[in-house]
Design a protein around this ligand. Structure first.
Ligand SMILES: C[S@@+](CC[C@H](N)C(=O)[O-])C[C@H]1O[C@@H](n2cnc3c(N)ncnc32)[C@H](O)[C@@H]1O
Length: 260
């Protein structure tokens, strides 16, 4: 299918489908950067617990705002790492030389993600910290208060790109449970900061768009962007969210802090 991505595309759009298949249809070297938040296939200490619904793993079922489960989160460890490598390989083909990639992840999957990134031929450049501020307290343990953003580039990344010095730590609560559109929705403010790693005007890809936070953040920062989302429910929710926000309608507030 021709998604007309190389014909001066300047908008923000969500494509519903499987990223591993859709990436194969994209032209070479079209994206200025990849910013994404793949399913972590984590949130559990063992394989049985991993098979639970994403709602029970990621807590939104406990709230007054139950949301549908999302795709791809029950893979075992080796399948997940293999799958990550597969789509990262294809994404690198679609990325311009030197283009950055940034991917959210938790502490459990951090080592596998950095392996997959490098197996797919990207140059690993670092790990950013997202301090979620609030987190579930556990007696006798450290809080799991941070998630991470693994980042790299498609080979050499010149130091004279038109990109300012960017922070390595982001401090922002998750969107409040009651206002969330997706079970693992990321804060729009953090995404707006992260997309700035892409050179101005660069075309941004999020292969796992969820509720479209990356795509909306990219649009707000002036980048053209395309997201892919397998779940029909979330692809539709993301499209409506982006259209409403860009049309100036009131978007769900993301600045409410999450109750611990
Ligand atoms: C962690 S969520 C992204 C949440 C997003 N950052 C947000 O703020 O809403 C990952 C998303 O990837 C989607 N997904 C899983 N496997 C996929 C695949 N093969 N192709 C496209 N999307 C997929 C899931 O349905 C889920 O919505």
């Amino acid at each position: 299918m021709n998604y007309e991505l190389d014909a001066g595309f300047t908008g923000a759009r969500i494509i519903q489908g499987d990223a591993t298949r859709i990436l194969r249809t994209f032209p070479d070297a079209v994206f200025g950067g990849i910013v994404t938040d793949p399913p972590y296939a984590s949130g559990a200490a063992d394989q049985n617990a991993k098979q639970k619904s994403t709602a029970s793993k990621y807590s939104s079922a406990k709230t007054a705002n139950p949301l549908p489960d999302f795709e791809g989160d029950a893979k075992d460890q080796r399948s997940w790492t293999d799958w990550m490598t597969e789509w990262l390989l294809e994404a690198r083909r679609c990325a311009k030389p030197g283009a950055p990639v940034c991917m959210f992840i938790d502490w459990r999957q951090l080592p596998s993600m950095t392996d997959a990134l490098q197996w797919a031929g990207w140059t690993w450049r670092g790990v950013l910290v997202w301090d979620k501020i609030n987190s579930r307290p556990q007696r006798g343990r450290f809080r799991q208060q941070a998630e991470f953003i693994v980042w790299g580039s498609n080979g050499h990344m010149p130091s004279d790109r038109a990109v300012p010095v960017l922070p390595g730590v982001f401090r922002q609560s998750m969107p409040a449970f009651t206002r969330r559109i997706h079970q693992t929705e990321k804060p729009l403010e953090v995404m707006r900061d992260i997309v700035k790693i892409v050179e101005p005007g660069g075309f941004i890809l999020d292969p796992f768009a969820g509720s479209g936070t990356t795509i909306l953040a990219a649009a707000r920062e002036g980048y053209p962007a395309v997201g892919i989302e397998l779940s029909e429910y979330y692809a539709d929710a993301a499209t409506k969210r982006i259209e409403a926000a860009l049309a100036g309608a009131v978007a769900p507030a993301q600045d409410e802090t999450e109750a611990v």
